[in-house]
Structure formats: structure tokens, C-alpha cells
Design a protein around this ligand. Structure first.
Ligand code: ATP
Length: 484
């Protein structure tokens, strides 16, 4: 099984991600986060929020509503400019949506590939090597080329638009109700609050506004797990600057954002920039930070210099003056914007992809065993500390629960008394828990426990009274943030 498939099934088996509405056969390209997933996701949010907002004096956060005045989407260019492309068949007089036609065509080619595989399976019997066949068979490669070409040409054209699929009605009388859209990006919530934040926060240029929130897109090619979803979360920051300084700031944010990624130590070679040559109509510089996912290098974050396109457009459509009075220059102007925009779910997939490790280990009896371990940076791990009584008697569970109750306010802890210690370690490895402690006979005599480290699997005996300090030091992200 390839690594990506393994990650998908691991995510489900260990409570990270479930397909949405699964008992009703699911809803395509929508996913739910489980008990461990929500913890990891919150920890990623915390890392971003802290790094982007709280440690920067000149960046503040907001949380704007998903529903916004419909004219906002005209001003942003999402409605009107990028409507559903429709295709008319002149003979049948039927009208089709172009994305639907494309999807059907892709499915047709997919079926041809399946047919070839089935034929080959019959021909080669037990000797059939599917992976090799997919890589080398000429007909399959031809089909695959067609799929790739089509994807490349059309995905880009459709992914932003199609708000119509996400419209809803607000108000009690539907006929005269306003058409309300589910936002395709969080950025517009920031632009329309620019004046509010600037005035109430008495912000001086350059300054930034950041936000984490849901976004919705009617993706036509949504087959890559949480890489491309119809409902997802974005973490965006719009940085408002003096016109003429935007390229300098663009370069600064490019470097800063890359540093934020690389400091997680997943390997520098796994990241690269992809500078855009063809720019969107509102941008004068743009780049993507790409990460090497199991299916290749793909965008995880975009950094764009958006000029004054959005603020000017909102000024025009709303009729409200949106500008900044520059005390030094003694004049008003519309600020330029540099934005950093990262998909939270895509970042989640990045962490899982980088952390998922299969290892062969030697058991005490000399036999080889396998373990799956998520080597997640400690501060991002869903559970920080697992607490085990060696056996379920002799006062060990009581002692273990006492430690749990002492530490649970500072660290997300888990108590587990089921199965052998070895099995309990495996379960924690599989969800990326950095530390496990075991309460044994010795604990009751000397107030010590064994601590076992996830990555090295080494164990050592430590005093209970030192536990808090050890954990605090190893889990703090302060030194990391200081290096940003
Ligand atoms: P892509 O080309 O991969 O569709 P994009 O260029 O449309 O992405 P942006 O509009 O720049 O993406 O959005 C910023 C970030 O939001 C992306 O870098 C990505 O991490 C995330 N993102 C965009 N669309 C989706 C989606 N459908 N599902 C999950 N995350 C997404």
C-alpha cells in the first residue's frame, strides 16, 4: 500500500479524521476531525496565531462572520467575473456545466484504466504487480497523461469561482431575501474591517490583521483527502503597507513564512518556493510555499502582493472612503496589501505526512517487531503525556490517577490501564504522544516513575516531583518562537 493510503487509513483508525456523514455513505470532499485530530488542529492554530499575531506588536487578530453582505463578492471579483462556465450543445439545445462535463470525462478515462488493470490481472495471475504495471504500461500512461493535462488546464480555472453552489437565503421571506454566500476565502472579512481595526486599534502603517476561519469552495477535482476539500479552514494575514514598499514586505514575509515551516524540523529539502509568473489581475508578486507530500510537491501556502485592489474596490462598491492618513507625508492614500494565506487542513496533512514513520524494532526477546510512530513536534502532539499503572492493583491505579489529576491542568494527559505495557506504548506511538510514564512497585516506595521517550524509546527513572519541570521544558514553544 502506498504511503498516502496508509496515512488516510491511519488517520481514521486513530481518531484523527473521519469521512463526513459516514453512516450515510459519506459526503465527497468533506471530512470531520476526531478526538485526536481536533487536538492536533488546535495546536497548529495556536502555533500560527502565536507566531503571526501575539508576538508581533503590529499585528492583531479578528474573527469575522462567514456570512457577509453579498456585494462584497462583487467587489472582490468572485461573483460576476468567475461565474459557472456553461457550455451549450447546439444540436441538442442542452446546456451543461463545464466542470461537470470534465469530471464525467475524467471518470470515463478512470474506468478505462480499471479495465486494463483487470485484464492484466487475469493475464498475469499471481505474478501481477499493479504498481509496476501502472508505471510502465503504455496504454495506461497514455490515459494518465490525458487526465493530468486536463486537470492542469481546468482545475485552476474553476477552483475559486462557483459561489452559486454555496448560496443560501437569509431572512424569513425567501422571495425578497438577500442572497448570502459561503465565503471562499477569509481575506474579505479582513478587508471590510480594515477601517474598524485601524481606527479602534489606532494602528499605524505597516500593520497586519490576521484571522483563522472556515472557507468554502466547490472543488471539482476533490480526490486528495484533506488536501482539497469543499469546506476547509484558512489562516490568513493581510499586512497593510505604504505603496511602493510592498515588494520589500513581500520578500520579508516570504522568508518569515518559510522559516515558520522549516523550524518544525521536517527537513529543509522538503520545502521550496514556486514563484508565479502569471499573476492574478490584482497581484504584482506572488509565490507558493510547496511541500513534498507523498504525492509530490504541492502548495501549502500562498504569499501574495495584492496591491490596493481589494481596498480600492470596496471603496468603490461601498461608497465609503477607505484610506489612511500618513502623518509623516501629511497625505491620505489607500494602503497596499501583502497577504500570507495557509490552509489549516493542508498544514495538518503536511504534519501527518512528515511525521508518519514505520520502524522495525527489536523486542526484548530478540525478535523483530514493527511500529508505526507519528514523529510530530512535541508541542503539536494531541496527547502530551500518557500515564500507565503497570498493573491494575496494589495501589498503582490510584497513584497514576493522582499524577493525572495533578498534571491535567497544564498538559493534555491520557490515563490507560488496559493491555500490556508494550501494547499501550504502541497505541501512544501511533498518535504521536512524546512521553509515557509508568507507575510500578518502585513508585510506591520511592516516589519515582519511569519515563519513556517516543522517538528513542529509551526509558529512565525520574522523581515524580521533577515531572512538571521536565515536561514544561520539553513542551514549551518559547525558544522556537524566539528564533522566528
Ligand atoms: P490550489 O491551487 O491548491 O487550489 P489556491 O491557490 O486556490 O490553492 P489560495 O486561494 O491561495 O489557494 O488559498 C490559500 C491556501 O488555502 C492554499 O495555499 C491552501 O493551503 C488552502 N486551500 C485552498 N483551497 C483549499 C481546499 N479546497 N481545501 C483545503 N485547503 C485549501
Amino acid at each position: 500500500m502506498d504511503k498516502f493510503k496508509k496515512i488516510i487509513s491511519h488517520s481514521k483508525e486513530y481518531g484523527f479524521i473521519f469521512p463526513s456523514s459516514e453512516i450515510y455513505d459519506g459526503l465527497s470532499a468533506v471530512y470531520d476531525y476526531g478526538q485526536n485530530g481536533v487536538e492536533l488542529k488546535n495546536n497548529i492554530k495556536y502555533y500560527w496565531w502565536k507566531a503571526m499575531t501575539q508576538i508581533n506588536e503590529n499585528i492583531v487578530g479578528i474573527d469575522s462572520a462567514i456570512f457577509m453582505h453579498p456585494t462584497i463578492w462583487k467587489a472582490s471579483g468572485h461573483v460576476g467575473a468567475f461565474n459557472d462556465p456553461l457550455i451549450d450543445n447546439k444540436d441538442s439545445k442542452k446546456r451543461y456545466r463545464a466542470d461537470v462535463l470534465i469530471e464525467e470525462y475524467l471518470e470515463k478515462i478512470g474506468k478505462k484504466i480499471d479495465k486494463e488493470i483487470n485484464k492484466a490481472k487475469k493475464r498475469y495471475g499471481d505474478n501481477f504487480d499493479k504498481a509496476e504495471f501502472l508505471k510502465t504500461n503504455k496504454r495506461i500512461l497514455g490515459h494518465q497523461r490525458k487526465i493530468d493535462e486536463l486537470n492542469e488546464r481546468f482545475v485552476k480555472a474553476f477552483e475559486i469561482g462557483d459561489l452559486k453552489e454555496f448560496e443560501t437565503k437569509l431572512g424569513s421571506v425567501s422571495e425578497d431575501a438577500n442572497k448570502i454566500y459561503l465565503r471562499p476565502e477569509t481575506a474579505q472579512g479582513i478587508f471590510v474591517n480594515y477601517l474598524n481595526v485601524q481606527k479602534t486599534g489606532r494602528m499605524k502603517l505597516p500593520f497586519g490583521i490576521s484571522q483563522i476561519g472556515k472557507a468554502f469552495r466547490n472543488e471539482i477535482v476533490a480526490r486528495q483527502f484533506i488536501f482539497r476539500m469543499r469546506e476547509f479552514e484558512q489562516m490568513e494575514m493581510q499586512f497593510f503597507v505604504k505603496p511602493g514598499t510592498e515588494i520589500e514586505w513581500f520578500k520579508k514575509w516570504k522568508e518569515k513564512r518559510m522559516k515558520w515551516h522549516k523550524i518544525l524540523s521536517f527537513g529543509e529539502e522538503k520545502y521550496r518556493f514556486h514563484d508565479h509568473e502569471k499573476l492574478a489581475h490584482y497581484a504584482n508578486a506572488a509565490t507558493d510555499i510547496e511541500f513534498e507530500f507523498p504525492f509530490g510537491f504541492r502548495e501549502v501556502e500562498g504569499i501574495h502582493s495584492r496591491t490596493d485592489f481589494d481596498l480600492s474596490s470596496h471603496q468603490k462598491f461601498s461608497g465609503k472612503k477607505i484610506s489612511y492618513f500618513d502623518n509623516e507625508l501629511q497625505k491620505s492614500y489607500i494602503p497596499y496589501v501583502v497577504e500570507t494565506s495557509i490552509g489549516l487542513d493542508r498544514m495538518f496533512l503536511l504534519v501527518l505526512s512528515a511525521a508518519y514513520t514505520e520502524e522495525e524494532i527489536k523486542k526484548e526477546n530478540g525478535k523483530l517487531d514493527k511500529r508505526v510512530v507519528l514523529k510530530i513536534p512535541f508541542f503539536l502532539s494531541p496527547i502530551k503525556l500518557a500515564i500507565f499503572p503497570l498493573i491494575k492493583k496494589d495501589g498503582m491505579p490510584e497513584k497514576a490517577k493522582k499524577i493525572f489529576n495533578d498534571l491535567k491542568f497544564d498538559f493534555n494527559c491520557q490515563y490507560d490501564e488496559k493491555d500490556s505495557i508494550g501494547k499501550r506504548y504502541r497505541r501512544q506511538d501511533a498518535i504521536g504522544t512524546p512521553f509515557c510514564i509508568t507507575i510500578d512497585h518502585e513508585t510506591l516506595k520511592s516516589e519515582t516513575v519511569t519515563i519513556r521517550y517516543r522517538d528513542s524509546m529509551k526509558q529512565e527513572r525520574i522523581e515524580i516531583k521533577n515531572l512538571f519541570d521536565i515536561l514544561y521544558k520539553k513542551l514549551s514553544i518559547n525558544s522556537l518562537l524566539k528564533n522566528l
